[in-house]
Design a protein around this ligand. Sequence first.
Ligand SMILES: Cc1cc2nc3c(=O)[nH]c(=O)nc-3n(C[C@H](O)[C@H](O)[C@H](O)COP(=O)(O)OP(=O)(O)OC[C@H]3O[C@@H](n4cnc5c(N)ncnc54)[C@H](O)[C@@H]3O)c2cc1C
Length: 571
Amino acid sequence: MTYIPVVEEQRFLMRHVVRIDELAAHEAFATASPDVVDAILQGAGDLAAGEFAPLNRAGDTEGAKWTPAGVRMPDGFRAAYRAYVEGGWGTLATAPEHGGQGLPFSLATAVLEDLGTANMGFSLIMMLTPGAVEALTVHGTEEQQRTWLPKLVTGEWNGTMNLTEPQAGSDVGALRTQATPAGDGSWRIKGTKIFITFGDHDLTDNIVHLVLARTPDAPAGTRGISLFLVPKMRLDGTPNDVRCVSVEHKMGIHASPTCVLSYGDNDDCHGWLIGAEHGGMRAMFTMMNNARLNVGLQGVSIAERATQQAVAYARERIQSARAGAASREPVAIIEHPDVRRMLLRMKALTMAARALIYYAAGQGDRAHLGDGDAQARLDLLTPLAKAYGTDVGCEVTSLGVQVHGGMGFIEETGAAQHYRDARIAPIYEGTNGIQAADLVGRKLGLGGGSVLAALLADIRAEAGGEGALMALVDAVEHVAGSMAAVDVDDRLAGSYPLLTMLSVAVGGWLLARQAKATESDGETDPAFLAMKRAAARFYLDRMVPEATGLAAGAMAGASGLYEVTPESFAA
Ligand SMILES: Cc1cc2nc3c(=O)[nH]c(=O)nc-3n(C[C@H](O)[C@H](O)[C@H](O)COP(=O)(O)OP(=O)(O)OC[C@H]3O[C@@H](n4cnc5c(N)ncnc54)[C@H](O)[C@@H]3O)c2cc1C
């Protein structure tokens, strides 16, 4: 099973979608020169292909294992993780004052994409730690930053994110973990968290858990939640009172230990408050927004892997003569138009979702430079990036199985692993349904609707010649405008179709931009440019109209559920 890093594609996106030259013109990102960007993209691809990809199968078949002494990773993972830490890959986008290289987040996004394409389950540890770093950078005290950041930034320690409890999934406000003051400035933590990614493992000497908990007499719901830093090992080298009691048996991403963590069995679990008491959701959202883009990126990563594998298989598998051809000789299945349709759809979806996420990451970089409009646009795009990216991951990996025919259903080809691995991404980090609710509940109304209006205006200004795309933009505007006037049930019933429509509009816009750029890009391989143009056209001509067709469902609102009530399903 081969994996080839998509360095050419990433370079192209850095130039035309992120527009990294604009970022590098600012002093804060001056180090992101074309040479440095190239070297990082090449180096990350080498690391991913050389160290991570060869472990993908063992990660799936052996997986992380619970033992009484702690969770053990399969052979080879420790060495690969060491290569990541020693190569300084974890430090890319962190500010220099905290030991990082201060490079754009969009560049770190490309690096993480490679690691995820090579080994999605493993890449989760590399994905979550930067979120913990950011939460501490924004909300931690100077002392907390001095104490915990240096080793988190390098990846010598990893960070986890602890929200979920058995009764508190999407409804985070229902969590019950308790934090009581210990009298010495620290807190005692007690409770059970479930589904904690990389909550225990043997890759690092310490694990820094960021845990949401309730302080005594805290108000009910999300308003009463605070965030605590709870290390696995205390600074004096003694173990803290937190234990991994089991690892879940899952459908995919077996290389990622999904842990049940028990805090304070002996009433001796030490934690430290991060940010203000009852300010936990705000602090955790710093980590979650970062993670939402990165989970969307996982969809792209796994879609890329599935596409590469399907193309390779379709070139080799011989089956049937070409319809209408004089020769009755069987041909490689890639000769059959319906197989090429599937492959092109896989390519186009992956490219569109990648462009959406890289663009959003570039907005994050501009926000970092103080651009408030970019921050607002990133806020609007975050639920799209998470949900559309992960939906694309599922559709493309499913098509990947289909291209393989019966062999796709057989584990040895690996196509099935991609399909199983991809399936978690629409669920965690706020289900895609919750992303759609966020879009219609909070994001459409940002700036009184002006943030959405500005985005649609940019699409019209740049891609006005694309008729199908303009029809979709009109439809988005119409649906979003109507939603302001309907009740909340109607809005929520139409939220998911609208999310997809807007995502496809942004993806189509950025592909149209890239197709245009192919005409004047002298630096890139002509075969790459031709494929880019073909995939962009396929998306704009075939897939954009599919999205416009979702308008009827988005507008139907709750009545579009045909008065089906919870009770109806008992019939
Ligand atoms: C492999 C894995 C790794 C994970 N890693 C972590 C981690 O590191 N840290 C962590 O804290 N958690 C983690 N999680 C938990 C994950 O974030 C939750 O599973 C997810 O948020 C959904 O919660 P739930 O499972 O309770 O589903 P539920 O909340 O029970 O949702 C079930 C269904 O109902 C829908 N639904 C629920 N409420 C609403 C609503 N208000 N509006 C519309 N639809 C709704 C959902 O969209 C979903 O389709 C992980 C989970 C898994 C499986």
